[in-house]
Ligand binder design. Structure first.
Ligand code: SAH
Ligand code: SF4
Ligand code: F3S
Length: 460
């Protein structure tokens, strides 16, 4: 019997069991990057098919799935903390099923720790095993105890339904895995090698989303710039952008992440020339020191990186850039760190996402004997954030007097009557307006700049 036929049979069996109980609820929470959030939406798609409804409150759930991230140690610690605190829920509801999915499950030492120390966990679902979820749940419900599938499956998710978090912003993975092996990073170990989806499938999905009313399409991959390299006769990422740009409708295209070594002029031209592609690039630099970049195996220099920034800024001197920075890579010297500060001052990012280096078992960098103290790393982080705050508030002033097109996200949490959204340039914009605008584009004339957002007036 084909696996999918078998799955249908299991789903039907589960449907019957679930329909005999009333209002069976699942709580699914995703940690980590947007690719993981997208997997969480697929997990929800499978559960919906089985007959689960969803809750945002773990305390009232009959099934809890924690879709985990392994990129830094504190992400893992948080999950272990939460699982620990869920033990009492099991005492209150003996039928409760607790499952762990996502990147943590791809590390044997983590699965062993779960089995040994967290008996409240019933299900472990590997990163490419979403199709096995019905089988694992059925085993669990039938009292067969702990059920796990951490096998690697190819092409597992094409055609899986998704329960999307938003009705107007959709993420569309275009590829899975990573081949880059940056020496600090666990992702290639937990997500496997690069696998691109077929461009026809991606284009069909985006067309459908746009006709369903989605206004923002976020293309996802650990390095979208190597899209298609693993397939014969497939188009490149810049070509994919151009094809998606031709789809008619009012929507914006974003993408993440883009590795600087593969950010070609072909890509930068496409960003500038495609009117639906956001005029913002997230280009993770990680460090401004060539020595550290080389130890990280990033395969570009600060100079190569700055050339790409200059190329974009020849199109528009204010082109909006954001980045990721790791502070305290093993043996990063004061001089190395100063070079990072120098680079962020030169580029004038609108925003940076900075992380203190976290040692990941199994990676190359974990073998380095690091001589830098935690205090020093925290002090560097503090300085980096302080300098970036100044850069952000200075650079946001360029928007005063300009009109920005904003996709409205929701009501401001702090200011009643105010809305917030993201501009094309990926800047948070706050303005007074009616909640009927949520999920739509609005033109806002900017009057003020803060160090985290800009504010303005809605134009009629
Ligand atoms: N594929 C993406 C990154 C995904 S991980 C890219 O290359 O841009 C997101 C960010 O987490 C990375 O850019 C890096 O800044 C950070 N990161 C990854 N591993 C880390 C580690 N071991 N310690 C601290 N930060 C890390
Ligand atoms: Fe990690 Fe580097 Fe791959 Fe990004 S490109 S996921 S940082 S190995
Ligand atoms: Fe984390 Fe996995 Fe994403 S490790 S950053 S959730 S690919």
């Amino acid at each position: 019997m084909r696996i999918l036929d078998k799955n249908e049979r299991i789903i039907n069996e589960l449907k019957k069991i679930i329909s005999e109980k009333s209002n069976v609820k699942a709580y699914v929470h995703s940690f980590g990057c947007q690719l993981n959030v997208s997997d969480g939406e697929k997990i929800k798609g499978v559960l919906k098919k089985i007959g689960y409804s969803f809750t945002e409150n773990a305390n009232e759930a009959d099934l809890i799935i924690l879709n985990t991230c392994a990129v830094r140690e504190n992400a893992e610690d948080r999950v272990f903390g939460i699982v620990g605190s869920m033990k009492h829920l099991k005492d209150e509801n003996p039928n409760l099923i607790i499952g762990i999915s996502g990147c943590m499950t791809a590390q044997n030492h983590i699965v062993e720790r779960i089995k040994k120390s967290y008996p409240q966990v019933d299900v472990v679902l590997g990163t490419s095993a979403i199709n096995s979820l019905p089988r694992l749940l059925l085993d669990c419900i039938n009292g067969r105890g702990f059920a796990a599938d951490t096998e690697e499956y190819a092409d597992f998710s094409e055609g899986l339904e998704q329960v999307r978090e938003s009705s107007f912003k959709a993420s569309v993975p275009i590829m899975f895995g990573c081949n880059n092996f940056c020496t600090y990073c666990i992702v290639p170990y937990v997500r496997g090698r690069e696998r691109s989806r077929k461009s026809d499938d991606i284009i069909r999905e985006v067309k459908q989303l746009v006709s369903d009313g989605y206004k923002e399409i976020m293309l996802l991959g650990q390095n979208v710039n190597s899209y298609g390299n693993d397939l014969d006769d497939e188009i490149s990422f810049p070509q994919l952008l151009r094809k998606l740009n031709e789809i008619s409708g009012e929507f914006i295209i974003r993408f993440m992440s883009s590795h600087p070594k593969d950010a070609t002029t072909e890509l930068l031209d496409a960003i500038w020339e495609c009117e639906k592609v956001a005029k913002h690039l997230h280009l993770p630099v990680q460090s401004g020191s060539n020595q550290i970049l080389s130890a990280m195996n990033r395969r570009y220099t600060a100079e190569n990186y700055l050339e790409k920034v200059e190329y974009l800024r020849a199109y528009d001197k204010d082109f909006s850039l954001t980045t990721d920075i790791i502070v305290g890579f093993p043996n990063e010297s004061d001089d190395d760190f100063e070079k990072t500060l120098e680079l962020i001052r030169k580029v004038k990012y609108d925003n940076i996402y900075s992380f203190i280096y976290s040692k990941r078992t199994g990676t190359k960098a974990a073998e380095i004997d690091d001589k830098i103290s935690d205090e020093k790393k925290s002090e560097r982080m503090r300085r980096l954030l302080e300098i970036q705050r100044e850069i952000t508030s200075e650079s946001y002033k360029r928007f005063i007097g300009k009109t920005l097109r904003v996709l409205v996200d929701g009501e401001s949490r702090k200011k009643p009557g105010f809305l917030t959204g993201k501009s094309n340039e990926f800047i948070i914009v706050e303005f007074e307006g009616d909640s009927s605008l949520i999920g739509r584009f609005a033109d806002v004339k900017i009057t003020d700049a803060m160090n985290w957002a800009v504010a303005g007036k809605l134009l009629k």
